[in-house]
Design a protein around this ligand. Structure first.
Ligand code: ATP
Ligand code: MG
Length: 323
């Protein structure tokens, strides 16, 4: 049995300092990444294809040899102890990669052995049930559907009760139901104290699950911020007002920054940001001045809009901190 490492709730589960990876001596996939992951949090690492997410995860899990920098896992320097701390990490890899000749249950027993644990049938049953795979326990892994293979990857990552789990695009190609089931399961794990690092291109997934968000692009960590703070800081409410007749000029009270009147005068858009006049003030001004309002529609920007702004380097999206 692997001895549990002491839990020190205040110290980070994972700390990266100046983590750099140069592939083949010429391509920098990770550049000086500093990042701390706190116990029990769900951290979403977001970025476009090729940003360096899988390279970062691979470095921590020992699948990629870092070029420079320090990695402290549960407070232990991975240069000094590359094996012990990694026994308490689970990885759902982006690529499906298991031996097709074992059954589902066998592959989970093998995984327990691989992490230095005894065969634990109850745990295997529990994980398979949680992932709705229990009816396939005796099926050969090659006989699983694509989505079921993805579920098995998740089961393999969790069966040894890791304290830190990397989910590298865990829901790529899975149905809506599994996505929802997985979200529920991830929340349960986090509530029990498991730390989760998630990468995903489904931004609603990050929006739904994450406590904090990190944005990476071309190997550089551009921003790390608490999700709600980020949505408050960079998100905006968009108010679209349509008129029954063209409006040529807006009344003085409605001429506030953030308003754009359409060229044909039949609508206006107001982008309400933190610290700006509330949309209600604008509506009041429009009604009291007797403008011919026909319809009002509001929309809140989502993480997706914000990520695009950050990646495009919109100045207002400048990072407040990056660690
Ligand atoms: N073994 C390798 N040898 C050379 N270059 C590599 C290797 N693995 C990854 N890269 C390059 O490093 C960069 C980062 O790749 P990585 O897989 O970390 O991106 P990612 O953020 O996970 O992307 P995706 O969202 O597509 O999964 C890419 O440009 C990729 O081509
Ligand atoms: Mg990847």
């Amino acid at each position: 049995m692997v001895e549990a490492l002491p839990i020190m709730s205040s110290s980070p589960v994972l700390e990266l300092r100046g983590l750099t990876k140069v592939y083949d001596g010429k391509f920098t996939a990770l550049s000086d990444v500093d990042l701390s992951i706190q116990p029990g949090e769900i951290f979403a690492l977001l970025g476009p294809n090729g940003a360096g997410k899988t390279t970062l995860i691979g470095s921590v899990c020992g699948l990629v040899n870092k070029t420079r920098g320090k990695m402290l896992l549960f407070g232990k320097d991975l240069d000094e102890d590359p094996v012990g701390p990694r026994h308490q990490v689970g990885l759902v890899p982006q690529e499906i990669n298991f031996d097709p000749f074992f059954t589902v249950a066998e592959s989970l027993y093998i995984q327990q052995g691989y992490y230095g644990q005894r065969k634990d049938e109850a745990r295997v049953k529990e994980v398979l049930t949680a992932l709705n795979l229990h009816t396939k326990a005796d099926a050969l892994t090659r006989a699983l559907s694509g989505g079921m293979k993805r579920r098995l990857l998740i089961a393999k990552a969790l069966v040894h009760r890791p304290r830190l789990v990397f989910l590298d695009e865990p829901t790529a190609g899975v149905d809506v139901e599994l996505r929802r089931d997985l979200w529920t399961y991830v929340r349960k794990l986090a509530a029990e104290g498991t730390t989760i690092v998630l990468t995903t291109h489904y931004l609603e997934e990050a929006e739904e699950l994450a406590d904090r968000v990190g944005v990476i692009n071309e190997g550089r960590l551009l921003l790390v911020e608490e999700k709600h703070a980020l949505l408050r800081r960079l998100g905006e409410k968009r108010l679209v007002v349509t008129f029954t007749q063209p409006v040529t000029t807006l009344p003085e009270a409605a001429r506030i920054p953030g308003i754009t009147l359409a060229e044909d005068g039949l609508s206006l858009v107001y982008a309400e940001r933190e610290g700006c006049a509330p949309a209600g003030d604008l509506l009041r001004a429009l009604y009291t001045q007797g403008l011919p309002v026909c319809d009002v529609e509001t929309r809140h920007s989502r993480l997706e809009d914000i990520l695009i702004d950050i990646l495009r380097g919109k100045p207002s999206s400048a990072p407040s901190s990056a660690a």
